[in-house]
Design a protein around this ligand. Structure first.
Ligand code: LMR
Length: 328
C-alpha cells in the first residue's frame, strides 16, 4: 500500500512538474543537468518556463527537464540536432566537439570575475562567438552566468603541489585536461551526474566547480574541503538548433527572444548572489571552505597559466587579448 501511495504521489508530481501542452502549441523541451532551485541556471530555466507558458499560452509550451533527467550534456547537443530537444544550456566547456573557439572560456585565471566575463560576452567578439557553430547546426541565443570555479579534493589544497598525483574530474574540455596535467594531477572527463558518486567511491579525488554546483549536488559532503580559488569561469550558452529556430513563425521567434532577453538580464545580475548564498550554505552545513592569501593564490596562477600557450593557436591571440581587455 505504501509502495502504491508513493508511486501515485510520484506520478502526480511528475505530471504536474511539466506544463501540459495543448494541441497546436509548439513544444519546446529544455534539458539541463543541474538542480532547479538555489542555482543560477536552474532558477533561470524555471523562470523562462513559467513566462513562456503564461505569456505564450496557446502558441508555445515549454517543458524544462533539470537534473540530467532527459539528457546528459554529452548527449544533448546531438539530440538537439536530431530534433529531440529544442533548448539546452550546457556550460561553455562542453562545446569542444563543435568549436575550438570556446576554449577561451576555460583558460585558467583569464577573467578576474563574472563582471569581466559579462563584458567580454557582450563585446562584439563575444557576440560573434554565439553564431560560431551555425555551420554545425547550433545557434547560441544568449549567455547565462553561473560563477567562478573553486577547487575541492579529499585533502586540503593550499599549494599547487597539493594537487600533484590526485585524480580530478573535469568537464569534456581539453583545456581543463591540460590545466590539471600542468599541476601533475590526473584529469578524468566525466559527466556531471557521475561526479558525486565518483568522489564518494574515490574513482576521483577532486573536482572543480562553482559554489552553486558544489552545494547543489552536495560535493562538499564527500570532499575534505573547498579552496576558494576563483581560478576559472563556469558559464553557459543557451543553445538551440539553427534549423528549428529559423523555422519558427517570426512572431513566435520574436516573443521568445524578448522573454529570453528579459530572463537573462534579470537572472544574470543575481548569479553572484546565488553563489555567495551557496558558499554560506556549505559552511552552515559543516563544509570546510579555505581561502588563499594573495601569495598562495599567485602560486596557482604561476602553475596553471602556462596552459594558455598550448591553446593560443586554436583560440587566436586576438581573441585572448579581447578577453583580457575585459578585466578592468
Ligand atoms: C559540470 O559539468 O560540472 C557543469 O557543467 C554542470 C553545470 O551545468 O553547471
Amino acid at each position: 500500500l505504501i509502495g502504491l501511495a508513493v508511486t501515485a504521489a510520484l506520478s502526480i508530481s511528475s505530471a504536474t512538474a511539466f506544463a501540459n501542452c495543448d494541441p497546436g502549441e509548439i513544444v519546446i523541451k529544455f534539458s539541463h543537468v543541474t538542480n532547479s532551485d538555489k542555482h543560477p541556471k536552474g532558477i533561470a530555466a524555471s523562470l523562462l518556463e513559467s513566462r513562456v507558458n503564461s505569456e505564450m499560452n496557446g502558441k508555445a509550451c515549454m517543458q524544462v527537464f533539470p537534473n540530467s533527467t532527459l539528457y546528459d550534456d554529452d548527449k544533448v547537443l546531438e539530440a538537439m540536432l536530431n530534433g529531440d530537444v529544442q533548448m539546452a544550456a550546457p556550460s561553455l566547456s562542453k562545446f569542444e566537439k563543435f568549436t575550438k573557439k570556446f576554449r577561451i572560456f576555460d583558460l585558467p585565471f583569464l577573467f578576474e570575475d563574472v563582471d569581466a566575463v559579462d563584458r567580454f560576452q557582450n563585446s562584439p567578439a563575444g557576440e560573434k562567438l554565439k553564431s560560431s557553430m551555425k555551420r554545425r547546426g547550433l545557434l547560441g541565443l544568449t549567455y547565462w552566468h553561473n560563477g567562478m570555479k573553486q577547487l575541492s579534493a579529499n585533502k586540503p589544497l593550499i599549494k599547487p603541489e597539493d594537487a600533484r598525483g590526485l585524480k580530478f574530474r573535469v568537464m569534456a574540455s581539453d583545456v581543463l585536461v591540460a590545466q590539471f596535467n600542468q599541476l601533475g594531477a590526473n584529469p578524468q572527463k566525466m559527466s556531471f551526474k557521475e561526479v558525486y558518486g565518483g568522489l564518494q567511491t574515490k574513482v576521483v579525488d577532486g573536482q572543480e566547480n562553482s559554489w552553486s554546483n558544489i552545494y547543489g549536488k552536495k560535493f562538499f559532503e564527500v570532499q575534505d574541503g573547498v579552496t576558494a580559488s576563483n581560478h576559472g569561469i563556469l558559464d553557459y550558452l543557451v543553445v538551440t538548433s539553427d534549423e528549428w529556430w529559423e523555422g519558427l513563425p517570426a512572431d513566435i521567434r520574436a516573443q521568445l527572444s524578448q522573454i529570453l532577453k528579459e530572463v537573462t538580464e534579470a537572472r544574470n545580475s543575481e548569479s553572484a548572489k546565488v553563489n555567495a548564498e551557496a558558499m554560506q550554505r556549505i559552511k552552515d552545513a559543516g563544509g570546510v571552505v579555505r581561502t588563499l592569501t594573495p601569495e598562495q593564490r599567485q602560486a596557482w596562477v604561476d602553475a596553471m597559466k602556462p596552459v594558455w600557450k598550448k591553446f593560443e593557436a586554436d583560440i587566436g591571440a586576438d581573441l585572448i587579448e579581447a578577453a583580457m581587455a575585459s578585466n578592468k
